[in-house]
Design a protein around this ligand. Sequence first.
Ligand code: ADP
Ligand code: MG
Length: 256
Amino acid sequence: MSDQDPVIEIRGLHKAYGALEVIKGVDITAHKGDVVSLIGSSGSGKSTILRCANLLEDSQQGDILFKGEPVKWKGTGLHRQPADPKQVLRIRTNLSMVFQQFNLWAHMTILQNVMEAPVTVLGRDRDEVEQAARRYLDKVGIGDKCDAYPAQLSGGQQQRAAIARALCMEPEALLFDEPTSALDPELEQEVIKVIRDLAAEGRTMLIVTHDMKMASDISSHVVFLHQGLIEEQGPPAQLFGAPESERLKQFLSATV
Ligand code: ADP
Ligand code: MG
């Protein structure tokens, strides 16, 4: 393990739901500071790849490495599972996920939502976590909403709270699964701005998005998925400016 190792490396990933193979051999690498965007039609496997990367889903074949450390497995094929719960916890807390539907706890205030996992899962000092949580809520522009409950916030504010919650884990990388697609267009922009700021800070991120403008502006690398395989990938200028695959051309013309 060294600083040269990618933060996330996925090699030859295969994933099936029962008999349905949905990821059919995918490689994705994100070095420190990389912003890798995953694009593709609905059902192409984007969310599944993110969920496999942080071990929310099991996968049947392939390697997943976190900073050069390979996930240890037990069993094979449909019986394969991570072997070491401590390793799973370490990887999952270091690859912090932001979901389409925010997934905030409705019965907790915004501040409590942001503090919950660092205190209870990581066992960090409550006062220090509270300071950090307030700082991250300020950073995403909702420092005045600490004592509000999620239902009292707009969708854009709730998603920014979810981003603050992910940041408060002090993760090595952030994983975003369509973070703006549950939002009205005018609220999308306030979340996109936060994500842009994080990219400018040099955060390592894997982003599933339907927002081609954001993907084009902030990505270091773009991956176009089609039916569980990488159809085309490259720097954004190439993928958006000079796509080669007919499927990608079609996808892009349908999404603008
Ligand atoms: P995307 O995020 O690109 O829309 P997904 O990763 O959600 O695609 O889904 C990829 C494929 O896996 C789709 O065919 C979808 O129907 C299937 N799938 C996703 N989740 C499940 C599940 N829990 N059980 C069965 N099939 C699933
Ligand atoms: Mg999805």
